[in-house]
Design a protein around this ligand. Structure first.
Ligand SMILES: C[S@@+](CC[C@H](N)C(=O)[O-])C[C@H]1O[C@@H](n2cnc3c(N)ncnc32)[C@H](O)[C@@H]1O
Length: 237
């Protein structure tokens, strides 16, 4: 794992408090009994999977992220130390291997080979990511103030060795966040956190004042922060 990939642990509690979960619609293609959640972090995707009553093997290399996940005590979820490139899972047992915001941390050739190994013949590899819905004007404005992308990337399925890509899904949904927590979320993004302290405070003040002034968010203690959850499904070929 690279240094940046190891950076999650010290922020595990903040990560868990502020980052989004997953809408159940994106998990519709997941069928069968055993699902491997790779780079499970603090268990945001495992939580959504556990609700469907499946057996989940949650694989996470970072001990601090893992400890938050273990603390959740999710029924049917087995938490294990491991990584995408060497899954601690038997061959041919998983009906689905899922990645929530974690595929880009893995070495793709080794991770694809491991997903192929643990999946049953027609098994599913599902790559998920949440993106702030910048088609909403105030969300775009917050990103502009923070120096973050103002356009939704045009996500198309890329090649994964040994798999055939299916149709991309896009599910709009939102996360309820206290205004203070939404400002705190921006302070965790590296484009903001790496600024000089005075500049960082200026950006965070401008974000707070945008939220206080926009008709959709003014006067609210809690706002619905909109995301688009993008799903890239692949079948073992
Ligand atoms: C952005 S977090 C996503 C966590 C969780 N899936 C979620 O949706 O909130 C990425 C996670 O991938 C883990 N990770 C980094 N490199 C990895 C690798 N090579 N194999 C598996 N997981 C990895 C990190 O420790 C971190 O917990």
């Amino acid at each position: 794992m690279s240094g940046r990939a190891r950076s999650f642990g010290r922020l595990a509690a903040e990560y868990d408090r502020l980052r989004p979960g997953y809408p159940s619609e994106v998990l519709r293609p997941v069928v069968g009994t055993v699902v491997v959640d790779v780079g499970a972090g603090t268990g945001k995707l495992s939580t959504a999977l556990a609700r469907s009553g499946r057996r989940v093997v949650a694989v996470e290399p970072d001990p601090e992220m893992r400890s938050v996940l273990v603390g959740r005590g999710l029924p049917g979820v087995e938490v294990v130390d491991g990584a995408a490139e060497r899954l601690p899972v038997d061959t041919g047992v998983a009906s689905a291997v899922v990645y929530g915001q974690s595929w880009h941390w893995a070495e793709p050739v080794a991770a694809a080979a491991e997903a192929r190994r643990v999946l049953v013949d027609d098994g599913l590899l599902l790559l998920l990511s949440n993106m702030p819905d910048v088609s909403v004007d105030w969300v775009r404005e917050l990103n502009r103030l923070a120096g973050l992308p103002e356009e939704l990337p045009d996500v198309t399925a890329f090649a994964v060795e040994g798999f055939t890509a299916g149709p991309v899904t896009r599910v709009p949904w939102d996360q309820s966040l206290a205004v203070d927590d939404l400002v705190a979320l921006f302070s965790t993004f590296s484009r903001v956190s790496t600024r000089e302290p005075a500049d960082r405070e200026r950006v965070l003040r401008s974000i707070r004042s945008c939220l206080a002034g926009h008709p959709a968010t003014a006067g609210r203690e809690v706002v619905a922060y909109p995301y688009v959850c993008v799903g890239l499904p692949y079948r073992r070929s």
